[in-house]
Design a protein around this ligand. Structure first.
Ligand SMILES: O=C1C[C@@](O)(C(=O)O)C[C@@H](O)[C@@H]1O
Length: 252
C-alpha cells in the first residue's frame, strides 16, 4: 500500500486515475479543472503529449499551474517515450533530467519512471525523486504484444527491486488468453508478494476487463477517460466507477 495525500493506493477499490492529454497549456489546465470536480481519485499529466515538452522551463511552469488547478487530488507526472508508445522525443539523459526537475519542483506527488527504456537509464531518477518525497511508479509498456506470464511477473518484481513504490505494466493482448495471462500474472504475484503494489493493464477492447477487475486480481489503479483517453481500451469514468462499485459490493 502506498499512501499519497490521504489516498490509499493498494487497498479497497482500485483508485481511478484520469490522464490529461491536451497538447497546449490552456487545454491542460481546462482538463485539470474538470478532473478536480470529478470522482477521479488522482490525475496523470502526460507531459510527453504537451507541445512544449522539450523546454524544461515551460514544462515546470505548466506543472505549477496544473498543481493549483487540480486542487487536493494527487498528481502524477508522466513522460512516456516513443519507445513505449508515447510522444516524448527526448534523449535518455534529457528525459531523466526532466523527471528529476519535475520531482524537485514540488508540484507532483507521483512520478512515472520507465524502468526498461533507454537501456534502463531512467532508473537513475528513482533515488532523486524519492529524495523529494515523490512516490515512484516504475513502468513498462508493450504496445505490440503480451509477454508470457513469467516475463510479466519478472518485470514487475524487477521494477520493485529497483526501488519503485508501485510496479506498473501495460501490455497489448492479441487474444483473450493474453488477457487471462496478464490477470493470472497479477494475481500470482499478488499472492506471492503482497507487499508489492501493482498496476496491471491489458490494453484495447478485449483487455478492458482488466481495467474493471483490479480489486479481484490485485491491480491498485485503473486509468479512465474524461473525454479523450490516453491508451486503447480506456473506459469513461462514470461507467468504470459504476462497474467497480458493483464488483466491490459483491465482495462484501
Ligand atoms: O501507463 C499508463 C497506462 C495507460 O497506458 C493505459 O493503458 O491506461 C495509460 C497511460 O496514460 C498511463 O501512463
Amino acid at each position: 500500500m502506498v499512501e499519497v495525500k490521504g489516498i490509499e493506493i493498494g487497498t479497497g477499490k482500485p483508485k481511478i486515475c484520469v490522464p490529461i492529454v491536451s497538447r497546449d497549456a490552456e487545454g491542460i489546465i481546462e482538463s485539470a479543472r474538470l478532473i478536480a470536480k470529478s470522482q477521479a481519485d488522482l490525475a496523470e499529466w502526460r507531459a510527453d503529449l504537451y507541445e512544449g515538452h522539450e523546454d524544461t522551463d515551460k514544462v515546470i511552469e505548466v506543472l505549477k499551474s496544473l498543481r493549483k488547478a487540480i486542487g487536493d487530488k494527487p498528481l502524477m507526472f508522466t513522460l512516456r517515450s516513443a519507445q513505449e508508445g508515447g510522444g516524448s522525443s527526448l534523449s535518455g539523459e534529457q528525459a531523466a533530467r526532466l523527471l528529476v526537475n519535475a520531482a524537485a519542483s514540488g508540484n507532483t506527488d507521483l512520478l512515472d519512471i520507465e524502468m526498461f527504456s533507454y537501456g534502463g537509464f531512467l532508473r537513475s531518477a528513482v533515488d532523486p525523486a524519492k529524495g523529494c518525497s515523490v512516490s515512484v511508479v516504475g513502468s513498462y509498456h508493450d504496445f505490440h504484444k503480451t509477454p508470457d506470464k513469467a516475463e510479466i511477473m519478472d518485470r514487475l518484481a524487477e521494477i520493485h527491486e529497483s526501488g519503485a513504490d508501485i510496479s506498473k505494466i501495460a501490455v497489448m493482448p492479441k487474444s483473450k488468453r493474453d488477457v487471462l495471462d496478464l490477470l493470472d500474472a497479477a494475481l500470482t504475484l499478488n499472492e506471492k508478494n503482497p507487499e508489492i503494489t501493482l498496476i496491471c493493464i491489458s490494453m484495447s477492447g478485449i483487455g478492458a476487463l482488466s481495467r474493471l477487475t483490479g480489486e479481484f486480481f490485485g491491480s491498485a489503479v485503473t486509468f479512465a477517460a474524461i473525454g479523450e483517453g490516453s491508451a486503447p481500451g480506456q473506459i469513461g469514468i462514470e461507467s468504470l466507477a459504476t462497474v467497480q462499485d458493483v464488483l466491490h459490493s459483491s465482495l462484501g
